[in-house]
Design a protein around this ligand. Sequence first.
Ligand SMILES: O=C(O)CCC(=O)C(=O)O
Length: 278
Amino acid sequence: MSTTSTTVPPRLNADEVAQYSNDGYFVFNKPVLPADRFQSLKNCFEGILADLPADERPEAMDVPHFMHPELLKYAFDENILALVEPIVGPDIALFSTHFICKPKGNGKRVPWHEDSAYWKGQVEPMEVATVWLAIDPSTKVNGCMKVIPRTHVEGQKGFSDYDAVDTATSVFGTEIKKEQRDDDRQVYIELQPNECSLHDSRIMHGSEPNTSSIRRCGWTMRFASTSCKFNEERFAGAHQVYLAKGRDLGGNRYADPTRTYPEVMAARGASSRYKNAH
Ligand SMILES: O=C(O)CCC(=O)C(=O)O
């Protein structure tokens, strides 16, 4: 199976890719999508949010594309793939997406974590690049994402040890042990709507609560080379990956981007449409 190639030239130059590799992240303070396309994505998100049952948290809108495949046309937009291709190469799989929407006033914090620790055994090698696209302004005031640079290649390189934290105030239930991180090195990533950052799955990152009067929503799109092996046994029917561009190099099976996957949502957890597995 193969998909058509993009016409947008690579949007990161060699220095910017080197910066991503060295630091474990890169901030793209320019418009990602054409304005009308971004507005159409935002409208799509607002519709999904409006339908969220009152007892479900908007931070936990994980894998929305399984029930809203219309989102995939934005994730596969050539303006986004042209940001990802310089990092992962021309054959691109979409591993996952997640709206992390912190409501104004009482948005939960995201504890310090490495995506890789959550995805251990699901992707080999663990070379997933996340595009964090700002739907709303995302600043220090409303709990923007923060990273600890270079931690993707330091310490336990993406597989730190974790302590339990309270899910009443945190989006996830575990956090990297305090003695294994140096919070003084944290860098805040401030973005305007339709700007993005990219981060390596092994970097330490998180964010503070949103007690401000401004909602903070970001859409994460997680990409990897199709040469990575996605371990279906570990997914146990509760996850699927998609071919975003190019051809398969790893012997993977890809989901159909034109259909919904209620059975996958059911396998993720009976009680919630958006069981937050990160
Ligand atoms: O949205 C946030 O504050 C954190 C994002 C995050 O954990 C991720 O993109 O992996």
